[in-house]
Every structure is written in structure tokens, then in C-alpha cells.
Ligand binder design. Structure first.
Ligand SMILES: [Zn+2]
Length: 342
């Protein structure tokens, strides 16, 4: 992928208003579509300034479709004004996408843009059932109706509580043939001769437990319960051959099991939802950069990728980088949609 990341000294809005988001340029075309002459002029300036800031892109790699790599489908949180899809990730082995983690709003489109095929997925994982991690499930499923998948697709996610349904209940609420909101897609739960069956599974690791839920064909998937307010939430470790990728999901980072889950990971994808110094409810739900850094450091992860970027953290990358460097010395990269990491 030929792209440049331009920090917020450049505007990415056609009306000239700086909204703190990144301008992403692929082959000279902003993915937002046509641009006004003023915007084009700004873009040229941005390209010029970006060319002198190539270090911004250090650590990112184009998608090779060889070996094991993680691709970010959605690098944002719930906000749409950040011009990012909401949380979603693919783990690729060679030219096949094998594991999908979350599918927030906008991520179904990114799934198509990535070239991934539902036929190749071995497992689908939910970190939790907030909208920004689940909303595009119906869109993705309907899209796959036109594909060739026949084998069942396991969907693993958290068990429920008073406030949230279990993953099995969530999937049934969407697709159950008798009462689901999208009951017309009920064949995905029944399984049919010309389609495939979605098989939801609730995962409830005990506190401190790392629970293996899947092992086949060199792919091992494990989960741990993490703290995200009252929301049942899981962090995931996906091992493919000799590579290990760990997804924190949304969490305040307080549960020590996350350090063990992330131990020696090749890539640790952590959610940069709040800046340093955040207090109150946002801090109760999310980990600030200093906590991310402590986990990355004590787990000795080989690469730290910050995703789930939000308006409150976008534009504060330099500050975040400084805070993290105080306790984690490995490579740190800020994720954008469709980036690949190895
Ligand atoms: Zn989230």
C-alpha cells in the first residue's frame, strides 16, 4: 500500500477546518473521494510536508500477504468524525485471512477492501459487545451470502451479565429464525445445504485464567477476561505458527492477566482510547499510555501497535510517544485503517 500519514498540521477537511484526523493518501487519492481545488492545494502542501516527515511511517509495513501478518481493518473507536472504521483486525497467514477480531462500524467495507474472503476464516472473535466492536456483523454476514463458504464458522465472545447479553444470545438476537432482528438471515444459524452455519460460543475465563478456545492447523487462540467497567470483555492471543499477536480490546489494564497473555508477543495491539491524565469514567474503562507501556514492557512484547484511536487521542501522538518511551523501549506504531504489521 502506498500511503502517507500526515499529522494534524494539515487539514483533511474540504471546508478547510482542521478536525485533528489523519489525511491518508493512497496513490494521490484521498479515500474520501473528490476534492475541491482548495483541498487539492492543501493536499499538495500536505504531501510536501509529509515527505519530510517520513519517520512518521517508520514501523509500518505494506501488506505482503506472506507469512503471518495482522491487518487493521478499523483503527478508530465509536466516533465517525475520525474518518476511521471502528475496531476490527484480521490475522493473515500467507494470502488467506484466518482470524477476524471484532467488526465495528465501517469494518465490513474494510474487510472487502483488504481482499479477505469469508471462506478462509477459521474463527471470529469478539472482545466485547459494544457497538464499535460488533455493528458490522450483519453487513459482513449478508455479504458472505454471495460467497462460497460451506464449513461452519465459530464465533467466540464473552459470556453475558445483567447489562450485556452473552455472545450466543447476541447472535441469536440478530439472526434467530423465529425472533432475530434479521430473522430473514436465519439460515446462518440453522445451517443450510447451500450456506454455512455461524456457531456462537460463550467464553468465560475465570479471573486470572488464560483459556484456550481453538487449536487447529497451527493456529492457537486463547482468551483472558479483562476489566472494562461492567462490560464483559476479553483480550485475545492469536498464535499462528511461530508468531503471537495479542489484542487488548477495550480495558482499563488493571487485570494482571493481560501481562501474561501478552508475554513475548510479536505484536501487541493496545487501545489508545484515552490520553495520559484522563480521570473519571473514561479512565475506569480505558488504559492511558503509561499503563499500556508498563504492560508492553513487563510482557516484553516485540512491537506495540496503538489502535482504537479517538478524537481525544488523535493529534497527541508525540505526547503519547513520550509517555510510552518512559517505560517501553520497543517499536511503537500508531495504526491506521488497512495497515499491516508483522
Ligand atoms: Zn471500543
Amino acid at each position: 500500500m502506498n500511503e502517507l500519514y500526515v499529522p494534524d498540521t494539515c487539514t483533511n477537511a474540504e471546508d478547510g477546518v482542521n478536525r485533528r484526523g489523519p489525511l491518508r493518501v493512497r496513490d494521490g487519492v484521498n479515500r474520501m473521494g473528490s476534492m475541491t481545488p482548495q483541498a487539492r492545494g492543501t493536499a499538495v502542501l500536505c504531501l510536501l510536508c509529509a515527505s519530510s516527515l517520513s519517520s512518521v511511517a517508520v514501523g509500518k509495513s505494506s501488506c505482503a500477504r506472506q507469512g503471518v501478518e495482522i491487518q487493521v481493518l478499523g483503527s478508530g473507536g465509536p466516533e465517525m468524525t475520525d474518518q476511521r472504521a471502528s475496531s476490527s483486525y484480521l490475522v493473515w497467514r500467507d494470502a488467506r485471512a484466518r482470524v477476524l477480531v471484532d467488526i465495528g462500524g465501517g469494518a465490513a467495507l474494510r474487510f472487502g477492501e483488504s481482499g479477505a474472503r469469508m471462506e478462509d476464516l477459521d474463527a471470529f472473535l469478539f472482545t466485547h459487545l459494544h457497538v464499535d466492536h460488533t455493528a458490522d456483523l450483519p453487513a459482513l454476514l449478508k455479504s458472505s451470502y454471495f460467497g462460497e463458504r460451506k464449513r461452519p464458522l465459530p464465533v467466540y465472545g464473552p459470556a453475558g451479565n445483567v447489562a450485556f447479553p452473552a455472545t450466543t444470545e447476541f447472535v441469536a438476537d440478530l439472526f434467530d429464525p423465529s425472533h432475530g432482528a434479521f430473522r430473514y438471515l436465519g439460515d446462518f444459524l440453522r445451517g443450510s445445504d447451500d450456506g454455512y452455519q455461524l456457531r456462537a460460543r460463550d467464553v468465560r475465563p475465570a479471573p486470572g485464567e488464560i483459556r484456550k478456545v481453538f487449536a487447529a492447523d497451527g493456529i492457537v487462540i486463547s482468551a483472558a477476561s479483562v476489566a472494562h467497567g461492567t462490560v464483559p470483555a476479553l483480550a485475545w492471543r492469536v498464535e499462528v505458527d511461530t508468531k503471537a499477536i495479542v489484542f487488548s480490546g477495550d480495558t482499563n489494564g488493571e487485570d494482571p492477566v493481560l501481562k501474561r497473555l501478552a508475554k513475548n508477543a510479536d505484536v501487541f495491539v493496545a487501545h489508545n482510547a484515552v490520553p495520559e491524565g484522563t480521570t473519571g469514567a473514561p479512565r475506569a474503562l480505558h488504559m492511558p499510555p503509561s499503563v499500556i507501556a508498563q504492560i508492553a514492557s513487563s510482557a516484553a512484547v516485540k512491537q506495540l501497535v496503538l489502535s482504537h484511536r479517538m478524537l481525544r487521542t488523535l493529534g497527541r501522538e508525540d505526547e503519547t510517544r513520550r509517555v510510552i518511551a518512559a517505560s517501553y523501549s520497543g517499536p511503537l506504531v500508531f495504526a491506521d485503517d488497512l495497515d499491516c504489521f508483522r
